[in-house]
Design a protein around this ligand. Structure first.
Ligand code: ZN
Ligand code: ZN
Length: 331
């Protein structure tokens, strides 16, 4: 059994992404086109065709929810990063799995308070159930008023004070380390409008870094850049790669996000095992995101053969993946 199971409930950045009928139609067309001439005359052969032949962009989807990542589940205790719209799907699964019948504790770590990281909370059904406990952890002293205000009239019909769960706010000094659910947790201040924080989770020698909404500029190329140490040897780095290099360098400077190219650069120098690109661009459809992943993997190979051929015997990051709603990474 793995020590750590990370589950992605929301992978998009900025705003939930739409998924309309024309996208469904295009996927059906591509699937039928790929099936032409094949004899898919049993359920088994159809399932194998879907799972083994069709590309991810046709058989699946990167999803539409904004940031929410489950880091741990320890009996009736949960550790979750951010409360974007993905936290609603987390709750649906929580009730389906039968855990809704007994009280639970939900630790919600907050990277920062932009809307895409808080907007799911008013729809987080466990907050409406007495006996449940919700503890927000973070470093912004505005966490409590922000979560209260988004549930005020006229923005939401149920007031925060009417939530039946026991809700606490653990506001710490910036970057103060803490422990939860068997993890030692450290953090780093990130460049983002209003400041965001990245979290590093360590348990039994395995580490996961959640670093979203973080812009890395030219300082990133300095040898003593602090993120190199923060990401060092991480088994999984969840990295804000919303932009292409062109966007990050020219049109969207100071918007607070980074590129896939920067993700490869920092993951390689930090010897990260798996780079998971996150905070996916909401205007990109599944086909564009799949191409973005493919291009990033190609860049990863070029980086090692041409940019830094002698840097590592082993190629880091070993894997490059793109987060999608429903992705589970076990370490
Ligand atoms: Zn965001
Ligand atoms: Zn943000």
């Amino acid at each position: 059994m793995s020590d750590i199971k990370v589950q992605f409930w929301g992978s998009r950045g900025s705003i939930p992404a739409s998924f309309c009928g024309n996208q469904v139609r295009l996927k059906i067309f591509k699937a039928l086109e790929a099936a032409r001439g094949l004899h898919l005359d049993s359920e088994k052969s159809i399932n194998e065709f879907i799972d083994q032949t069709l590309p991810f962009s046709v058989s699946n989807s990167f999803g539409s929810n904004t940031s929410c990542v489950q880091i741990a589940k320890n009996s009736d205790e949960y550790l979750i990063c951010d409360a974007g719209s993905g936290i609603r799907d987390f709750a649906v699964d929580y009730f389906k799995s039968g855990f809704g019948i007994k009280s639970s504790t939900f630790h919600i770590l907050i990277s920062h308070l932009h809307w895409d990281h808080i907007q799911g909370f008013p729809f987080f059904a466990p907050a409406f159930i007495p006996g449940n406990k919700i503890i927000f952890h973070g470093y912004h002293d505005t966490i409590e008023p922000t979560f209260r205000n988004q549930m005020q009239e006229p923005w939401f019909p149920v007031n925060f004070d009417d939530l039946a769960a026991d809700i606490e706010f653990n506001i710490m000094k910036p970057c103060e380390p803490f422990s939860l659910c068997g993890f030692d947790i450290s953090s780093i201040e990130q460049q983002h409008p209003g400041v965001s924080y990245g979290y590093r989770f360590l348990k039994n020698g395995k580490s996961v870094v959640y670093s979203t909404d973080s812009e890395h500029n030219n300082d990133a190329y300095k040898e003593d850049y602090p993120f190199i140490n923060f990401f060092k040897d991480a088994d999984l780095l969840i990295f804000d790669a919303q932009y292409s290099l062109a966007d990050a360098t020219f049109t969207k400077v100071n918007w607070g996000h980074s590129s896939n190219v920067m993700g490869v650069e920092l993951a390689a120098r930090s010897k990260v095992k798996t780079l998971c690109m996150f905070h996916n661009e909401p205007t990109c459809d599944d086909f564009e995101l799949e191409e973005f992943l493919l291009n990033t993997k190609m860049y990863g190979d070029i980086y090692h053969s041409e940019v830094e051929p002698d840097m590592n015997d082993k190629q880091y990051p070993e894997n490059i993946i793109l987060a999608y709603d429903g992705l589970i990474v076990e370490l």
